[in-house]
Design a protein around this ligand. Structure first.
Ligand code: SF4
Length: 462
């Protein structure tokens, strides 16, 4: 979400004629788009702000003024307190205030100091969240008028979260769920297709609870649109676009999926439409029912296992990945064993694995039974070791299979090799030319080095 929102802010700058500075030291404006999920992320931002504060002082106001903007979740959480802590900060722009960014740029362009910027004075209206029109990241090759050439793009469909998992700060900094107008989603997807994008990822803290109750596109029957309905709409658009021919976007992913809200209908829509990649990031967090309850996840391990089995039955060969959080307060050795057993049963392709750190402002912060740091690290090491084993087992079982891949770029290690990815989110390296980047192709998974497949030849599809 941070990447998508940063891309949208970058686009606002480019559209007004701003250019990316070679480094922060020579910039006229520095924007830090912050994340609040972990306390360490916030500490790093404070360090960066200290650096830019010193830079600003050393430059002096006359030589080359530096405008310092803090955006994102940390800005939302701390608000004007950030300015009190670091006076060098000129603007604090929370997630709901992103639409005010052009006012900041306009003031900088005209040399108006922040205290005289009418959009940010005491009388300014409290901004309300609105989705940006486009979230396409600037590519390395400046070929389009806006310097955009990216093969993949995020498409936010929701903002905020209603779930209040007890360890998570997101609902406090992003507020309640807001779903994006499906017409705006389709418009962004059409724009991305025109720009040559081949793959999109629908984004939301919990995409499964998408619900739009405003004006609906003509092809939608009923009074509202839910997540399966949105998937159907997107599949129809991509398989037979507004121009009547299939779009250049052939793959659609989505994240994050909360198991609690993943409907059977969403599974069947995915299964019906090959445009949805055969990979789901299905966050489990833990394998013990008592810890899941303490985390307020509101599903059980049995619910999760049943859902995973249904997904696999509907789409054989699909890969699942997940998030696992160990060392939650009260976690016993038996709870950890249940997590390891769940991993054995599901066999994730990969996992994002963390140990719990208390986050002030969340419900879990005051929970008794905090786990010793050393024990947390040991438990995490066991989870990581098991995941590594599963990743290798799964990848080895795929050797010899014929796959469609999207060619994403040139290998950093060897300029004659291409980096490609399967729809199951597996990486494959193969010899080829830079001119092939952006094409879909077929290859055979012939070797495995670490977690990366090798292939001998590649047949371009389009
Ligand atoms: S679903 Fe839970 S973990 Fe995910 S953003 Fe919402 S509150 Fe946080």
């Amino acid at each position: 979400m941070n990447t998508a929102e940063s891309a949208a802010l970058d686009l606002v700058c480019r559209e007004r004629g701003w250019k990316t500075a070679p480094d922060g030291e020579s910039a006229d404006l520095v924007l830090l788009n912050t994340c609040s999920v972990r306390a360490t992320a916030e500490q790093r931002v404070m360090g960066r702000l200290g650096f830019y504060g010193a830079l600003k002082k050393s430059r002096g106001a006359e030589k080359q003024p530096l405008t310092l903007v803090v955006a994102g979740c940390m800005a939302e959480r701390l608000g004007e307190k950030l300015k009190e802590k670091i006076p060098a900060v000129d603007y604090v722009m929370g997630t709901s205030a992103r639409s005010t960014f052009p006012l900041i740029l306009e003031a900088v362009e005209k040399g108006i100091p922040p205290e005289q910027n009418p959009g940010f004075g005491l009388d300014a209206e409290k901004p309300v969240f609105s989705f940006s029109a486009s979230h396409l990241e600037a590519g390395s090759e400046d070929q389009s008028p806006l310097g955009l050439k990216s093969l993949r793009s995020f498409v936010p469909i929701m903002h905020g979260c209603n779930n209040f998992c007890s360890y998570c700060i997101v609902p406090y900094v992003r507020g309640r769920e807001i779903s994006r107008n499906p017409a705006a989603i389709l418009e962004e997807i059409r724009l991305l297709a025109e720009r040559g994008v081949r793959e999109i990822a629908l984004l939301g803290q919990n995409v499964n609870t998408y619900r739009w109750e405003g004006r609906l596109p003509a092809e939608v029957h009923g009074k509202s649109l839910d997540f399966p309905g949105l998937l159907r709409l997107i599949a129809a658009e991509l398989e037979q676009g507004s121009s009547g021919s299939p779009s250049g976007i052939r793959w659609v992913r989505f994240l994050s999926a909360n198991p609690r809200d993943f409907s059977r209908e969403a599974i069947s829509v995915m299964a019906e439409h090959p445009v949805f990649c055969r990979h789901i990031h299905l966050c489990v967090q833990h394998g013990s029912n008592s810890i899941l309850a303490a985390m307020n996840r509101r599903y059980t391990r049995e619910d999760y296992l049943e859902l995973a089995a249904e997904i696999r039955a509907a789409m054989p060969g699909i890969t699942l990945s997940t998030d696992i959080l160990v060392g939650f307060p009260g976690e016993t050795e038996a709870d950890l064993e249940e997590t390891l057993a769940l991993m054995e049963e599901v066999k994730f392709l990969y996992s994002f694995m963390y140990h719990y750190n208390p986050r002030e402002g969340t419900a879990a912060y005051d929970l008794p039974g905090r786990i010793d740091e050393k024990v947390k690290r040991e438990r995490l090491a066991r989870v990581i070791a098991l995941q590594k084993q599963h990743t290798q087992e799964l990848l080895k079982s795929r050797l010899g299979s014929r796959e469609t891949v999207l060619i994403e770029g040139i290998s950093r290690k060897n300029a004659d090799e291409l980096i490609t990815r399967t729809e199951r989110d597996e990486m494959v390296v193969v010899s080829g030319k830079a001119s092939m980047i952006g094409s879909f192709a077929e290859l055979t998974l012939s070797g495995l080095r670490g977690n990366t497949f090798r292939a001998r030849e590649i047949n371009l599809l389009d």
